[in-house]
Design a protein around this ligand. Structure first.
Ligand SMILES: Cc1ncc(COP(=O)(O)O)c(C=O)c1O
Length: 475
């Protein structure tokens, strides 16, 4: 009879189905190795990610431990969701306290935490109202619906004619409406038909934006953008771009929608990255660090003139504004304010880039650029010099030396540690990068001679251009 292995037990055929359903493969409290856990995930979970092979088991501040007790430093912060540091005691205490009292009311009723959170958030960011959701993508969906509604009700766009303009190279999440704006073929191919009502413009190019506004202004309800494009590789727009966008949006009666899900809540050294140019968007989307990496909390901020276009029953979420998320959100904002994390991000960011520039000086052929703002930084490697090694391979080696970072695209390594990170911990990351380039890269090159040449980046299906670079605005 054929034998099957489920968990640690060998089961014979007739029992297989029943036992598979009832048998807890990894009993609670039972230690499991990293290798075993990764195998389980590969077997039982969809393959929609390509993770660095490292298992998080415990975390504190910027430190992570795997199940074997090895210590690492986190330089991704769950894509900037853990600005306050992992398991911040003020946030986890708020979570536990609230979890013991009340977790969910749904907004069919009121609860005694959400109004406090709403007041705190709007006051902190200077908007009249907020609409609570859970994930970042839901926040973006909410903003798109709100802006379309405003377009019909206030701007008097003809029914079903409203357009949202977004940027080439943008990343706003993974839902259908959101990927309908994506220039990443992997995100869009095989998921059509995409949602109509979108136009694209080069990121950082105010002149191109003006041309689109001029040509289609009557139908355009909003312009959605990231103040720094995170997933595209920490692309910082030219100085003055945000101010120009503000001016154009005001002139053409188009809502300026800032996706600050990754850049907001002190990540770049200001509460919002738009604050760097003293610009106030009409609509701001927050997520990630609004829940301090503890639970998903997102929100859309705007003034009443816009927000009240959405009426009862027209939008919502069972969990949006739940008391647990609200308690966590309040604590998350308190930590950022009380620990002056924005100022810290500026200081630490300057120091970190200084260190990275030093590494670049030693490897000028390999490191093409060091860029970023606050603690949202990236090192772009030179594709030709690196080949056949990729940024992913470099990240694997950094992991072996205790630093956790993730590449975006073939050549860019994003470095975004928790804002609570110490100077010594930052030093460690730049030292590790230097060691990897000095010691590991030559060995890797020898081991994989032309094994996998990096594939040239395909142009976007939609506009047939290469994205992920700021266009030359002078031309
Ligand atoms: C700028 C930006 N918008 C939206 C999202 C989507 O957020 P979530 O993954 O929580 O849906 C992300 C996630 O990386 C992001 O960086």
């Amino acid at each position: 009879m054929k034998a099957y292995v489920v968990g640690r037990m060998q089961i014979f055929h007739p029992l297989k189905r029943i036992l598979q359903r009832n048998f807890c493969a990894l009993p609670e409290g039972m230690a499991s190795s990293s290798e075993e856990l990764m195998k389980y995930e590969y077997e039982y979970s969809a393959h929609n990610y390509h993770p660095i092979p490292m298992v998080f088991s415990q975390a504190k501040g910027a430190c992570i431990w795997d199940p074997e007790g090895n210590k690492y430093l986190d330089f991704l912060s769950a894509y900037s969701a853990v600005n306050q540091g992992h398991c911040h005691p003020k946030v986890t205490n708020a979570l536990v306290e609230q979890a013991q009292r009340l977790t969910l009311s749904s907004r069919a009723f009121y609860n005694d935490k959400f109004p406090i959170f709403a007041e705190r958030l709007t006051t902190m960011f200077g908007y009249e109202m907020m609409l609570p959701m859970n994930t970042g993508a839901e926040g973006v969906e909410t903003a798109l619906k709100l802006v379309r509604k405003w377009g019909y009700e206030k701007k008097k766009i003809q029914p079903n004619e409203a357009i949202i303009v977004s940027c080439c190279g943008c990343f706003h999440g993974r839902t259908l409406a959101v990927i309908s704006m994506s220039c990443d073929n992997e995100a869009t191919r095989g998921f059509g038909p995409l949602l109509p009502g979108h136009l694209k413009v080069d990121y950082g190019d105010a002149h191109a934006l003006e041309n689109i506004f001029e040509a289609h202004g009557d139908r355009i309800a909003g312009f959605l953008f990231e103040p720094i494009q995170g997933e595209a590789g920490v692309i910082v727009p030219p100085d003055g771009y945000l101010k120009q966008v503000r001016e154009l949006c005001s002139n053409y009666n188009i809502l300026m929608i800032a996706d600050e899900i990754q850049t907001g809540i002190a990540r770049t050294g200001k509460m919002l990255a738009c604050d760097w140019e003293d610009v106030r968007p009409d609509v701001v989307i927050l997520g990630k660090a609004l829940g301090a990496g503890v639970i998903p909390v997102s929100a859309v901020l705007s003034d009443k003139e816009i927000m009240l276009c959405i009426k009862p029953g027209e939008h919502g979420s069972t969990f949006g504004g739940n008391p647990l998320a609200s308690a966590v959100g309040i604590a998350a904002l308190d930590v950022v304010k009380n620990e002056r994390l924005a100022e810290r991000a500026i200081r630490m960011g300057e120091e970190f880039r200084k260190q990275l520039f030093e590494v670049q000086k030693q490897f000028p052929q390999i490191i093409k650029e060091v860029r970023g703002r606050g603690l949202l930084n990236a090192v772009e490697l030179n594709k030709e010099e690196l080949s056949p090694v990729s940024a992913y391979d470099i990240c694997l080696k950094m992991k072996e030396r205790g630093i956790l970072a993730k590449p975006t695209h073939d050549t860019i390594i994003r470095l975004a540690p928790p804002l609570t990170i110490s100077l010594e911990e930052l030093n460690e990351a730049s030292m590790v990068l230097q060691n990897v380039l000095e010691m590991d890269l030559p060995v890797m090159r020898k081991q994989m001679p032309n094994a996998h040449k990096p594939t040239p980046h395909e142009p976007c299906d939609r506009c047939w251009r290469h994205t992920y670079k700021v266009p030359d605005t002078e031309s």
